[in-house]
Design a protein around this ligand. Structure first.
Ligand SMILES: Cc1ncc(COP(=O)(O)O)c(C=O)c1O
Length: 392
């Protein structure tokens, strides 16, 4: 078929022939196991001689549709749908690094990922070598941390919650030079706004819970990469540890994705308007949004993103006390964690999503007690502005 635009891919996906009933919308295959035609057929599927479905922890047609769609959108060969973003990250990382190994990650990442890397992996004798945003900008700084036991590089861009922008191409260059994979968490940008594989990254992870769903009702994760790498992650981790997505959730993700392009466009338009308003407000001390010319990563964001996304953070003058007044008095924004929903969500990283960081470590990377994170929804931006103004 003729190559089509991303907006069309997002709506249509591709047809796999996993169903021959000509459904307009893929059915949900709610089944644990699949019948074998006879004993030889079952044995052939188990040995890998034949292709087909055996058991839904291993594969399922509804998951296949979602996996194909995400692979197409990210420009990868294959993908794996998992039970959560955390299980996607853990599955990829633990396939690549074993006890005694290390990896290099930007320090500014989701608080759950930070806990996984610095606490759980430490228990497994896998060392996370963290690199602060100020040192993330040159190959030399990254290479200082590299040795023979370094098994992968890891980044989030834009990063949660300070919206740091990391140069994917530069990091991919370091990864290629040292023959190790680069993993990028593409949750904030989504494949509509940013395609790290096209910039040289090797593996994409997503908390699909966020924009891929878009409706705040399901938890899930996605890993994208080469067929070889996805097979390795499935065989060495997913099949045995079992963090598989449920077919019902896969169906809801397929439904949510259809509006990804229009949602991301609206999130981005709204966020830019709100960020500009915040930046001009006398009661706002700082705004972090990559779409602002004042943002440190603005130029790199322009290079690697289509629009700047729906996430922003800010500090009000008056520190945490004034920040609490904002969070306690909003009426249209909802005080809740998570992000990427149609509704605008507001939260406090220091005491909520990033409370896993030691105080000094989080303050060093700009996650101050006064920082407030906003996941800008698709409502009227003017209503969100009026809601915030009311609390200042
Ligand atoms: C950037 C990022 N990556 C990963 C995760 C973890 O995803 P999940 O909550 O789906 O396990 C989150 C959760 O907030 C996140 O913000």
């Amino acid at each position: 078929m003729k190559k089509v635009a991303k907006e069309t891919q997002i709506v249509h996906g591709i047809r796999t022939g996993v169903t021959n009933t000509l459904d307009l919308v893929a059915p949900i295959h709610m089944t644990t196991a699949f019948q074998f035609k006879n004993a030889d057929h079952g044995a052939g599927l188990f040995s890998g001689k034949d292709e087909g479905y055996i058991y839904s922890r291993l594969s399922n047609p509804t998951l296949s549709l979602l996996q194909e769609k995400m692979a197409v959108l990210e420009g990868g060969e294959d993908s794996i749908a998992t039970s959560s973003g955390m299980s996607a990250i853990a599955s990829a990382a633990l396939t690549l690094a074993k006890p005694g190994d290390n990896f290099i990650s930007c320090t500014t990442i989701y608080g759950g990922t930070f806990a996984l890397f610095t606490q759980r992996f430490k228990d497994l004798k896998i060392e996370a070598r963290l690199i602060p945003p100020s040192s993330c900008r040159t190959a030399k700084e990254i290479e200082k941390l590299l040795d023979k036991k370094t098994k992968f590089l890891y980044m989030e861009t834009p990063a949660n919650p300070t919206l740091d922008i990391i140069d994917i191409e530069m990091w991919a260059g370091v990864a290629k030079k040292h023959n190790i994979p680069l993993i990028v968490d593409n949750t904030f940008a989504t494949p509509y706004l940013q395609n790290p594989l096209h910039l040289g990254a090797d593996i994409i992870v997503h908390s699909a819970t966020k924009y891929i769903s878009g409706h705040a009702d399901i938890i899930g994760g996605i890993i994208v990469g080469t067929k070889k790498m996805m097979n390795q992650i499935k065989e060495e981790y997913v099949h045995d540890f079992g963090p598989t997505m449920s077919p019902f959730n896969a169906w809801l993700f397929l439904r949510g994705i259809k509006t990804l392009a229009v949602r991301m466009e609206r999130h981005s338009i709204n966020a830019l308007k709100i960020a500009k308003w915040l930046e001009a407000h006398p009661k706002v001390a700082k705004v972090y949004y990559p779409g602002l010319a004042s943002h440190e990563g603005h130029q790199i964001a322009q290079k690697q993103m289509k629009y700047f996304g729906g996430m922003l953070s800010f500090e009000v003058t008056g520190g945490i006390k004034a920040g609490k007044a904002v969070m306690d008095n909003v009426q249209i924004c909802t005080l809740a964690v998570s992000l990427g929903d149609c509704d605008t969500l507001i939260q406090h990283p220091a005491s909520m999503t990033h409370s896993t960081y030691p105080k000094e470590a989080r303050e060093n990377i700009g996650i101050t007690d006064g920082l407030i994170r906003l996941s800008v929804g698709i409502e009227s931006a003017d209503d969100i502005i009026a809601d915030l103004e009311n609390t200042f």
